[in-house]
Design a protein around this ligand. Structure first.
Ligand code: NAD
Length: 237
């Protein structure tokens, strides 16, 4: 059955791989993106791309209206959009901290809350949040990012308890290091140091994260809620 799926930050990286997986499975997929132009591949796949900054509630509302007009209420939400602003604590400005939290945590709150309007009406829904192994382990120089990603676990588990009886599931995928624009900024030495700690001894490909998300949104995962699924090559165990 074709579902209405929304992937935030779906124009590149992990979000693009997730959007592609749902589109190839026959779902009606929309993505939001903050800047630039979405890749032509998305248009070719029939994916609706909507520009929307998730730090702005009005833009979130507008994006949902556009998506609902085209595809109906969102049945599967993948809250993937996120940013990093890495620096050590004593160099971290208040803006470095709050802007990361405003995107990764409060931005997720904005899109999840809006999606739940339709999910409550439909008495079903699937929400998958993209956290990070860094949120579970911590990472020097990433206190802002790690705090925002750890908070997603408490957020999802609270909603899993609050809305389980309404047939809405909330799960978290915690990727390890994935080959995307976000990790391209790392030097070869930094990459080698990370890989040295990964039991599977390599980065993940975005499609490997998408596979876990597709599973959590599938009928096979109907009885899974409040779970945190690491897709990290064993890094976080
Ligand atoms: P990326 O930088 O390639 O993509 C990030 C996406 O988020 C982009 O589409 C961007 O448009 C969107 N975005 C950022 N700020 C936004 C805002 N204010 N409003 C709307 N959209 C916004 O990153 P990626 O590597 O594909 O990461 C995707 C998610 O996975 C992020 O939440 C990231 O924290 C998480 N993650 C990534 C890795 C990794 O190694 N790449 C590891 C663990 C978790």
């Amino acid at each position: 059955m074709s579902r209405s799926v929304l992937v935030t930050g779906g124009n590149r990286g992990i979000g693009l791989a997730i959007a592609r997986a749902f589109a190839q499975a026959g779902d009606k997929v929309a993505v939001t993106y903050r800047s630039g132009e979405p890749p032509e591949e998305l248009t070719a796949l029939g994916v609706l791309a909507v520009r929307c900054d998730i730090t702005d509630s009005e833009q979130v509302e507008q994006a949902y209206k556009e998506i609902e007009d085209a595809h109906g209420a969102v049945e599967v939400l993948v809250a993937n959009a996120g940013i990093t602003k890495d620096t050590l604590l004593m160099r971290m400005s208040e803006d470095d901290f709050t802007s990361v939290v405003d995107t990764n945590l409060t931005g997720t709150f904005r899109v999840v809350k809006r999606a739940n309007r339709g999910m409550l009406r439909a008495k079903k829904g699937r929400v998958v949040l993209i956290s990070s192994v860094v949120g579970l382990l911590g990472s020097a120089g990433q206190a802002n990012y790690a705090a925002s990603k750890a908070a997603l676990v408490g957020f999802a588990r609270s909603l899993a308890r609050e809305l389980g009886s309404r047939n809405i599931t909330f799960n978290v995928v915690a990727p390890g290091f994935v080959d995307t624009d976000m990790t391209k900024v790392l030097t070869d030495e930094q990459r080698a140091a990370i890989v040295a700690n990964v039991p599977l001894a390599r980065y993940a490909q975005p499609e490997e994260i998408a596979a876990a998300v597709s599973f959590l949104a599938s009928d096979d995962a109907a009885y899974i809620t409040g779970a945190v699924i690491p897709v990290d090559g064993g890094l976080g165990m």
